[in-house]
Design a protein. Sequence first.
Length: 168
Amino acid sequence: MKVPSALILLAVLLLGVVSAIYLFGNQKEKLSGITSFDECLKAGYPVMESYPRQCKTADGKEFVEDTQSNSGIYGQVILSPTCPVQKAGEECTKPYQGTVIIKNYDQSQEVTSFTTNSKGEFRVSLPPGRYYLLLGGDRSFPFLKPTSVEVKANQYTKIDLNVDTGIR
């Protein structure tokens, strides 16, 4: 039995198309070989300074930073002075109970915020990096000068903040 040449040609073309789809379909994985946010960051791909940070490879893979880290900041926020005239033995500070905003290092974007407890204490998980801490809102007092802090990998950085009440 003779097979028509058109059928053979069709089979060869179909085999070529399937082979091309297989080879080029897997090409994205072969392009970067990146499988995690850390690898994407180390390879020098652009990182979106959001929270959590995101990294995208040239072949379109997107990775989100794991924020379940064991790094961040902790400390206490104190209001002072709280007395117009301080007398001997009198404490003129109080814990600040309120919200503090954490911004990225150039202060262009809010990363997160936290609320202190009744003792003015806080503990916040953050990925390694440099940040600025400041009070929210457009107000004169209480006032916290934007304060920089650097978070290192695998550790919590202690930072105590002094909020000025404006009392003189």
